[in-house]
Design a protein around this ligand. Sequence first.
Ligand code: ADP
Ligand code: GLC
Length: 491
Amino acid sequence: MRVLHVCTEIYPLLKTGGLADVAGALPAAQSKTGCDARVLVPGFPALRAGILDQELVTELAPAFGAETLRLYRGTLPDTGVAAYVIDAPNLYDRPGNPYADAANQAYPDNFQRFALLGRMAARLAEGLDPSWQPQVVHAHDWHAGLAPAYLKAAEQSTGRKLAASVQTIHNLAYQGNFPSHVFGYLGLPAHFFDINGVEFHGQVSFLKAGLFFADKISTVSPTYAREIQDSEQGCGLDGLLRTRAADLAGILNGVDDAVWNPATDPLIAKHYDMRNAGDKPGGKLACKTALQQEAGLAIQDAAPLFCVVSRLTEQKGLHLVLADLPLIVQRGGQIMLLGAGDAPLEAAFRAAAAAHPQSVAVRIGYDEQLAHRLIAGADVILVPSRFEPCGLTQLYGLKYGTLPLVRKVGGLADTVVDASIENLGEELATGLVFDSFDDAGMGAALRRAFALYQREADWKQVQERGMRQQFGWDAAATHYLALYRQIATDQ
Ligand code: ADP
Ligand code: GLC
């Protein structure tokens, strides 16, 4: 099966969130199952610089505002997955964040930058690289949402289906909506600007295009697949998603064991595994002590150490962490946050750290290596999201014996089992789960975390069970392959 993943970020070359982790791991996992999975990415500086052995496939006429336009083919480092890179320097060669300028304003020409991505995916299906054409184009998030639309347009004009398509929703809240006048620049048939097409409340919506035109839709957990069919979490697209329910699958993300594994992780103070995570002294305790030292926290193994590794946005529910900070501090706990995003949240966390230097540490910024040290060194990882399509940090927490304390929503609900009395008794618990999205809801879960921490044997049991969970990418790779088989024309 020949599959082209169309995406904008790939770990370890370029990452702003979980999408990069998925794009780095899924094609590689699929390749191991005999699938010929490749990726297509815009030529952002980090991708142009990091993709190996790039060879020119073809030079194209300027389009979508690109002054020069070339397609290269190379390979991703570590995994060897083949990668097509769109070289259009005036569109993509900009420093920093791939979507926004230094003031965090979305680039005004984003519609062209990402229309070009979708169009190039369709052109690969049309035969742009004579040596390889995808049978399935797999579009990730709104940036790739026009790929299924361009494929449909080509199908309508030639009467031939070039490739089947899948649109994956990593986050329905980001839709790529633009004023209607941009439609004229996209080169799509006029009748596509319609409620049965790319039109969404008078605008052009890239994500809606993908959801409408793709043969199949997937999202990154079964619970989120259900939630987005309701108005509360549907972000205005629930109606469309309900009409496409038969084509909508929820496939849980995995964890890349080569990157996140406490037994081999080169970024942590000492290695450990599920047989000795709870030992004192042991590898995990060494990681905790090192982290307390690095963060300037009091060095106390008896103090439960909570952590957050997150984008600081409304989605992540971190105002609950701020509201419940006094509870953590008063009970003798510690907390360390690593994150970047909304300025008011950054300021509030900085202020909390200044007020409680012995028990609250805050690092504002994006630091992949510190993320590993935090997740290894903490006792609990907090993920109190308002909504969460899948969530990866709770999975990393499980693997590292760092109990996830999560809100019961989306992929968090699918991956963590609460340490209730019943679940402890039935040997099912892997973390702490709360439902009610308010300080009291999270506060109750925090109090239970403190209580469980006192009961060392129970804690250890929950920790070990979490570490035993299997969240590899093989299962997801198999599910996606089954999805492709339903739609691929020639197999
Ligand atoms: P989302 O994609 O919504 O941000 P996920 O939990 O799926 O949430 O993925 C987030 C990814 O980004 C994880 O790999 C996490 O470790 C990483 N991450 C988030 N914030 C930071 C940060 N400030 N520094 C380093 N890594 C971060
Ligand atoms: C999105 C979601 C997150 C998910 C990630 C990877 O960024 O917010 O929940 O884990 O994509 O699929």
